[in-house]
Design a protein around this ligand. Structure first.
Ligand SMILES: Nc1ncnc2c1ncn2[C@@H]1O[C@H](COP(=O)(O)OP(=O)(O)OP(=O)(O)O)[C@@H](O)[C@H]1O
Ligand SMILES: [Mg+2]
Length: 238
């Protein structure tokens, strides 16, 4: 379960307000939620806040009943897989090494000097295989197509077997086939009971793949409800 209690990020001088400006929401285990809003609404910032990467001025975030503090941050992060806007992969590393980087949050910097364990390599290889990338594990990510790169990003996010997945515009820049593959993977994860928050710009996709949508505007929630007929809710923004 994810809970945000009236969260405010620090004051942003160029916006003359906090980027997140009083957000309260609760997402139950197993829900698949679309996070929508115009450019600059605060969608990526909200995901960052929910993995402890955006300092808060006020409010609390709970992940599976654990309040997020400096002390609990590592435990909280271990429960969340994140697919960053634009993939966030390291282009000069191989697909396999990028997936292994999904472990870096939990191994100490000292032990990471010795490389990853054999078990971690087996897990990473198995994830790449499940995502149809076994032929590409040694290939540099910069040489992979956009759809293949996004699948590497998913594999990396799943390295810790998280209960929660955040995906920031996971289909942006993908063609129709790769988009369909990505959404099929997300649907499978959803069927396994994972809690999923997807930042999307495509409203049709939000109504097809999610039950619930949250629309942000200027750092606030302006709609939180069913995804069907979301076009109508969004029209108020334009
Ligand atoms: N590191 C930062 N420093 C200053 N301002 C920032 C920073 N990150 C984001 N912002 C500002 O916060 C606001 C929200 O940005 P955010 O990236 O969360 O929007 P978004 O809803 O994800 O937009 P998009 O659809 O374009 O990805 C924007 O006005 C942006 O300029
Ligand atoms: Mg964004």
């Amino acid at each position: 379960m994810i809970e945000c209690h009236d969260i405010y990020s620090n004051y942003n001088t160029s916006l003359s307000r906090p980027i997140l400006n009083g957000i309260t929401l609760k997402i139950n285990q197993g829900e698949c939620v679309a996070l929508l809003g115009l450019n600059g609404a605060g969608k990526s910032s909200l995901l960052k806040a929910m993995v402890g990467l955006l300092p808060l001025q006020k409010g609390e975030i709970y992940i599976n009943n654990l309040v997020m503090t400096q002390k609990t941050l590592n435990r909280v992060r271990r429960q969340i897989g994140m697919i960053w806007q634009g993939g966030g992969l390291i282009p000069q590393l191989s697909a396999l090494d990028n997936v292994l980087c999904g472990k870096l949050g939990t191994v100490s910097s000292w032990s990471s000097l010795w490389g990853f364990s054999a078990n971690d390599r087996i897990t990473a290889q198995s994830l790449l295989r499940q995502l149809g990338l076994e032929q590409h594990e040694k290939q540099k990510v910069s040489k992979l197509s956009g759809g293949q790169q996004q699948r590497v990003a998913i594999a990396r996010a799943l390295m810790e077997s998280p209960k929660i997945l955040f995906a920031d515009e996971p289909t942006s820049g993908l063609d129709l086939v790769a988009t369909q593959q990505m959404m099929n993977i997300i649907t499978d994860l959803r069927k396994q009971g994972m809690t999923i928050v997807l930042v999307l710009h495509d409203l049709a996709m939000a109504s097809e793949y999610t039950d619930r949508s949250i629309i942000l505007d200027k750092g606030r929630v302006i709609y939180d409800g069913k995804s069907e007929n979301i076009q109508h809710q969004f029209a108020h923004l334009c």
